[in-house]
Design a protein around this ligand. Structure first.
Ligand code: SF4
Length: 301
């Protein structure tokens, strides 16, 4: 542990704060976390721990979700401008227009959306529970799935459904190419390929598993393989290496990097604990309406 990490742990103890770190944040920040996980796991941890102050090391929509689920907690972000390119692809005005033109449609939103988007939809899903929840919703009402067209298309393929898909994606996962998977297989012929469900369907089709980040941990746990090719944001490699020190993990090349996740550094986590963080505040009407689709998800999952 280096000096700044020790300083952070000391400040955190003094403040009584909980540090939550997303799987995609840099390894040195993951190492000072109270909990590491995907966005929903982290929000659930925040709620379950009754934390008064949460330092959320991830992108803004994740801090907003934590705030929605723990309204009494002070949620602080170390970086003001760590946004999510995919969440930004949902313009609330366009969603309102879509709803006005498609009053019969159920709006199902990936949890990777802003609080304002959540306030406009019927139910949220995560990459870990989307298949189960969409299946439960069934074919009764037509569905618009937003904002990830890749996750939506992968669900359509798996469930034989025809959900409408919002034209959005995670550019980090969308960029993963078939040639990268093929090259990794040649370099590591004994390693199964596990990719994120945000990858394009043609990438999912040539992989051994397409799951969420928590699904990756389960996949490795249940596999006899000793080495794995991983197709998701590079921060996940550290998470997997910590969980399975006896296995080997190879990130797909070119390395998928989310620049926004990398805006969280040890320095700004320390500054956040010293009173220079950015508090998540949401208007009361958004607090009330945006939590509903998350609660519906939790009921169904
Ligand atoms: S990896 Fe993709 S979905 Fe996740 S924060 Fe970055 S841009 Fe958004």
């Amino acid at each position: 542990m280096n000096t700044i990490q020790e300083e952070i742990l000391e400040l955190k103890a003094r403040m009584g704060a909980t540090i939550l770190v997303h799987n995609y944040v840099d390894a040195e920040v993951q190492d000072i976390a109270d909990f590491c996980g995907d966005s929903l796991e982290l929000s659930r941890k925040a709620k379950a721990n009754d934390a008064e102050t949460i330092i959320f090391c991830g992108v803004r929509f994740m801090g907003e979700t934590a705030k929605l689920l723990s309204p009494d907690a002070r949620v602080l972000m170390p970086s003001k401008d760590a946004g999510c390119l995919m969440a930004d692809m949902c313009d609330p005005e366009r969603i309102r227009a879509y709803k006005a033109n498609h009053p019969d449609h159920l709006l199902v939103a990936y949890v990777n959306t802003t609080a304002e988007t959540k306030s406009l939809v019927d139910i949220c899903v995560t990459s870990g529970n989307a298949e189960r929840i969409v299946k439960k919703l069934g074919p009764e009402r037509p569905i618009m799935f937003l904002p990830d067209q890749n996750l939506g298309a992968n669900l359509n393929n798996r469930l034989g459904m025809k959900m409408d898909l919002w034209p959005g994606c995670c550019p980090v996962h969308h960029a993963i190419a078939a040639s990268s998977i093929e090259a990794a297989r040649v370099a590591h012929p004994n390693a199964p390929v596990v990719v994120h469900l945000e990858c394009r369907p043609e990438i999912v089709a040539i992989s051994d598993a397409a799951v969420s980040t928590s699904g990756m941990l389960k996949f490795v746990e249940n596999s006899d393989a000793r080495e794995f090719i991983v197709g998701t944001e590079a921060g996940m490699i550290h998470r997997l290496e910590c969980a399975f020190p006896d296995r080997k993990f190879y990130i797909i090349e070119p390395t998928p990097i989310c620049k926004n996740m990398k805006k969280i550094t040890l320095e700004n986590v320390r500054d956040c604990l010293m009173g220079h963080g950015f508090e998540i505040t949401l208007p009361q009407d958004i607090m009330e309406t945006a939590v509903r689709p998350i609660e519906r998800m939790l009921e169904l999952s």
